[in-house]
Design a binder for this molecule. Structure first.
Ligand SMILES: [Zn+2]
Length: 433
């Protein structure tokens, strides 16, 4: 192995996960790709440190653009065409970074990352810090600057051998994944249009573990339930004229939701807020409500808001139908209505996604890294890939592994990072032949 020892960092020397050129079932070219990732790990880590140390909370537009600029330079050097996609001012978001090249070789890839983090500038900073030889902390270090940098390092390894030539690869790093600009029909319009021109989407959100990838993610949507009842002295509750009041009606509905739908696999619906009484105000924008009522007055109105998470459009629609049916069977002298709102669609567990997992699994095994299986969709929230899952084959959770995403002190697993990067470089190589 011709490696300048001066370039090898502490990280490399102590990483048990590096793949050595002796691995079987790999071609000479593939072994070279792996070596390139390995020798360039110090530069890769430097880029990760630089990215993590720029605050890019979703609302810190300047920070999001700065991280975009840092990455943009990397794509420019590799000969990608790069663009910054601006969004209308009304969306109050920084925009997105796109890099692409067009050719005729292999599958057309769409690689997904995001530049923003949940950590806004007003929050306590957490600069990149090595905690020990296998762990580092920093804002967005695994969600998902680690994944972004992994994509760049993998592409560099291909570029070094001229393997990007004549390939079709689009890299799309959104600037508002953690809090998408509304409406998403605008903030994700360009993202969806570009993805539609590709065959395969790979997303580099946090890896659950080394041997798990996501072939499905649940979608998320919302609902609002409003019940009305007659009001009057509490002594009249239950009687024919007064009826049951708005609170009993809301309680009936919520309990029937739970009784009839809570056992369905991958389906969840959570009432997050309930406000009830004689006078009720609820402001969804602020997620704040007030109510006035008395123990001796039958409640007149209840507002409940909640979410609904699902694995497929069919499951979502079936659940909504059932919920509407429950809502319509009003208790005496009450009325109720429910409104549903769409959020992020589901990434359904399709055959195409499973076929893609098979290719990743084979790549992993050829490298001597063991099998990769599909993760539990119930364990993941929705992500950017969900907007395009109906158009292309998809895999997610291919990024950095670590712990505590979205919490202060989130960490990256530096031992697994080099091998995950090597694996992704080979996957991209194989898909683009
Ligand atoms: Zn993320």
């Amino acid at each position: 192995m011709k490696i300048k020892l001066t370039l090898i960092s502490f990280l490399i020397l102590h990483s048990s996960f590096f793949i050595h050129s002796e691995a079987q079932s790999l071609s000479t070219v593939e072994k070279k790709i792996i070596e390139h990732v390995k020798t360039n790990m110090p530069q890769t880590e430097k880029l990760l440190i630089d990215a993590v140390n720029i605050n890019s909370g979703t609302l810190n537009h300047e920070g999001v653009r700065q991280v975009g600029q840092l990455f943009r330079k990397e794509f420019d050097v590799m000969g990608f065409t790069t663009e910054w996609v601006n969004l209308p001012d009304s969306l109050n978001r920084a925009g997105h970074l796109v890099a692409y090249r067009k050719g005729n070789k292999g599958k057309k890839l769409f690689l997904i990352g995001h530049l923003d983090t949940v950590f806004e500038k007003s929050m306590t900073p957490n600069p990149f810090t090595r905690l020990n030889d296998s762990t580092a902390t920093g804002q967005g270090v695994n969600d998902m600057k680690g994944g972004d940098v992994m994509v760049i390092a993998a592409l560099k390894a291909l570029h070094a051998q001229g393997l990007l030539e004549d390939t079709s690869i689009t890299i799309y790093f959104t600037g508002d994944e953690e809090s998408a600009g509304k409406p998403t029909s605008i903030s994700r319009k360009d993202f969806i249009e570009r993805a539609k021109q590709c065959d395969i989407a790979l997303a580099y959100e946090t890896a659950v573990s080394f041997d798990i990838a996501a072939t499905a993610r649940r979608g998320a949507s919302g609902w609002e339930l409003i019940t009305h009842g007659k009001t009057g002295h509490s002594s009249g509750v239950f009687n024919k004229n007064m009826g049951y009041g708005a609170i009993y009606e809301a309680a009936r509905i919520l309990d029937e939701f739970r009784e009839s739908l809570s056992q369905e696999k991958f389906l969840t619906f959570n009432p997050g807020v309930i406000v009830g009484g004689t006078e009720v105000n609820y402001d969804p924008a602020q997620a704040k409500g007030t109510s006035v009522g008395k123990t001796n007055i039958v409640a007149q109105k209840v507002v409940v808001t909640g979410d609904l998470r699902f694995i497929s459009e069919a499951q979502k629609e079936a659940a909504r139908t059932k919920m509407r049916e429950i809502v319509s069977k009003n208790l005496n002298a009450t009325t109720a209505e429910i409104k549903f709102s769409d959020g992020i669609p589901a990434m359904e567990p399709t055959e195409a996604n499973n076929n893609l997992l098979t290719i990743l699994d084979k790549t992993s095994q050829d490298m001597g890294l063991g099998p990769v299986k599909a993760g539990d969709p119930g364990s993941r929230g929705a992500g950017d890939i969900s907007y395009i899952a109906q158009y292309v084959a998809c895999l997610d959770g291919l990024g950095a592994s670590g712990r505590g995403a979205h919490a202060p002190g989130e960490t990256i697993n530096l031992k697994e990072y080099p091998a995950l990067t090597q694996r992704t470089a080979l996957l991209i190589y194989r898909l683009t032949r």
